[in-house]
Design a protein around this ligand. Sequence first.
Ligand code: SF4
Length: 364
Amino acid sequence: MSEVSLVKKVRDRRRLNKEEALKLYELDIFTLGSLAGEIREDMWGRKSFFNINRHINPTNVCQDTCKFCAYSASRKNPNQYTLTHKEILDIAEEAIKKGAKELHIVSAHNPNVGIDWYMGTFSKIKERFPDIHIKALTSAEINFLAKSNSLSFDEVIDLMIKSGVDSMPGGGAEIFDEKIRDFICKGKVSSNEWLEIHKLWHKRGKMSNATMLFGHIENREHRIDHILRLRELQDITEGFNSFIPLIYQRHNNFLKIKKFLTAMEILKTYAISRIVLDNIPHIKAYWATSTIGLALLAQEFGADDLDGTIQKESIQSSAGADSASGLELEEFVTLIKNSGFIPVERDSLYNELNYPTIEKPHSS
Ligand code: SF4
């Protein structure tokens, strides 16, 4: 297909196949940006969504050894920790006082604590703070909990719902291509299991997100394959709220990548995600992995969501990201406004809550 026909097909909003999706990478960055921008604009206008959330990572002890990971306790990071429920509740309380409406709780696969510690975290938070939205347990964690306790995925999902988990994060997807996956995270949840768990979660009428870790040893074809597998599942379940391309962080891990993605390739990937995923409502530029500067630019390349203020983050920052202490709300909102978009505070399920205005203090 010629580039002209490809552009026309996108503008006509017709679905692209694998070859066409791959060919999008050959378009120049401005054409690609404007195609994705047009779709974003049709869907969301100039709105850029975010939420006031707090990430909690209760343990970094992990039985798995993903090569890209700098977070889990290992030779590169000898500092093991596992929080008690009291410590987690204190963090939750502090976050809620600061306005958090969502707790995003993701852990390593700790074989020493038992499933009751995981589920107890959620039920105790929910008991104390019934209105908080708990987004917790990736497919990888669910797979770990199921296998280490001889439970089915459905049984773990039952426990999650009973314990107050409201939605699932999209982590653990990495790259679905089995060969790449085998190399970077052998032993972790398989691609099919990842998809199956989300399917089961969606069957309960619950929503989740989907991620893709890119910029390591995968190539463009692997990214498109990943995106298309998500599109296929979304056609069946309609349970993904957003797609989050996560950029590989280069420090403190065992992958030893020498060549990193250019900003151009990253922006193209956001744009292609927006164009190809015609059935997933939101594309999130998760600033913890892209830097806030690139995330703001990604708004012009199809991204309509910048995640949130985060408050504190351990996973990406262990690998070099500048996200350890999150961003202040005022700064976050001002940055979105100054980049020409309309900041919209949303809840975890994308209901619009607030159009924040930042008042300048009067000088007297
Ligand atoms: S990415 Fe997750 S599962 Fe893999 S080693 Fe790190 S904490 Fe463990």
